[in-house]
Design a protein around this ligand. Structure first.
Ligand code: SF4
Ligand code: SF4
Length: 361
């Protein structure tokens, strides 16, 4: 490994895999962990204190649905006590007015509310949960009343990408300060459903135009972050800003991962906060050092001018498409793996009748 190791800046704490919804694009693993495997409130509090001491500034409380944990308020309070800026990533289901006030009092800084669709029928069908949309709208209203800063997280794919203009309008109506328009990343359940979720090239072009027009129009009112669909790009994203460089994920059972999908790389073994300190895991574990820096890179990336821009892309994507985690991300036009991706894309995006969703259960 060539580079100096800096401390992590952000932590994603996956408090649980439990969730009342069943989104077919869920990034959770297809083998979900049960409640009995989850870390206790006290252990999470200890993990947050360790994270802050290590240098973490931002904490994302995620899942599954974090509100499925009855101790969510205590967990948020522990994060606040540790001095972490704390963001709750939620579908809203399981949050009541009382709980939201308690979370605000506990020091929660920000909420990121996920959106399955802009109309009840579509949203409930995608989320696999009847009545979910109405409950989410009610939660959004209460968040606005309390005044907790809100980001809308709209996951876009073949079924809802054409609703992008309405999605932007909804973000403004709900008083969000920011919207993340995240085209589905094909990991976890989304990989299982890739064929059903893959947008068409026409949809992607329309979405790019909508975003390009909306950014200057909504300047000062709504910040728009657009994550375009990977497979339609020429070069990969800088996944996790470089493996083991700035972010650390902790799974519900305490397994510490360089990214949420890293467990799909079969030759890596991951350590657990129940057995070892976060600091030891971050600096010294085999999994974090496997793809850190540039020494691990294949020669194509080693000699490339984008080496320090995208860090060779996503290891999990190379694993998922090519079965080789150390290969350049197959999104890269320079890589031999791109031909595999193009073939997949050609087949999937040209389907007249995409397959039915396999719901996360
Ligand atoms: S993506 Fe859907 S199913 Fe997965 S955790 Fe979020 S709300 Fe639940
Ligand atoms: S060759 Fe490697 S570093 Fe260069 S653009 Fe492709 S993936 Fe990125």
């Amino acid at each position: 490994m060539s580079a100096r190791i800096d401390p992590p800046l952000a932590m994603l704490a996956e408090l649980t895999h439990r969730c009342p919804l069943a989104c077919p694009y869920c990034s959770n693993p297809t083998e979900l962990l049960g409640k009995s495997a989850e870390l206790s409130t006290e252990t999470w509090a200890d993990v947050f204190a360790q994270a802050a001491a290590l240098g973490v500034l931002q904490l994302h409380l995620s899942g599954g649905e974090p509100a499925s944990r009855s101790d969510l308020t205590e967990i948020a309070a522990a994060a606040h006590k540790a001095g972490l800026y704390t963001n709750l990533i939620t579908s809203g289901i399981g949050l009541t007015e009382k709980r939201l006030y308690a979370l605000e009092e506990a020091g929660l800084d920000h909420i990121q509310l996920s959106l399955q669709g802009v109309a009840a029928a579509m949203a409930d069908r995608i989320g696999g949960y009847k009545g979910g949309y109405d409950r989410k709208m009610h939660v959004a209203e209460i968040i606005g009343k309390i005044g907790i800063p809100l980001t809308l997280n709209a996951v876009m794919h073949r079924e809802n990408l054409d609703d992008l203009p309405a999605t932007l309008e909804m973000a403004q109506r709900l008083g969000a300060r920011r919207i993340e328009i995240a085209c589905v990343q094909f990991q976890g359940w989304a990989l299982t459903n890739r064929s059903a979720l893959q947008p068409t090239p026409e949809q992607v072009n329309r979405a790019k135009k909508t975003v390009a027009e909306a950014i200057p129009r909504l300047k000062g009112k709504l910040v728009i972050d657009f994550v375009p669909p990977d497979y339609f790009s020429d070069f990969p994203k800088a996944c996790m800003n470089g493996w083991g460089s700035t972010g650390v994920n902790v799974a519900p059972d305490g397994t510490v991962l360089p990214c949420h999908a890293a467990a799909t790389i079969p030759h890596l073994s991951f350590e657990n906060v129940r057995d070892r300190s976060l600091e030891m895991i971050w600096y010294h574990s085999e999994a974090f050092n496997a793809y850190r820096g540039t020494d691990w890179m294949p020669s194509l990336c080693q000699t490339c001018e984008r080496r320090d821009i995208d860090f060779g892309g996503c290891r999990c994507q190379a694993m998922a498409i090519l079965g080789e985690a150390g290969a350049p991300d197959p999104v890269c036009r320079k890589s031999p793996g791109r031909a595999v991706l193009d073939e997949l894309l050609e087949t999937e995006s040209s389907q007249i009748e995409p397959p039915q969703f396999v719901y996360r259960r």
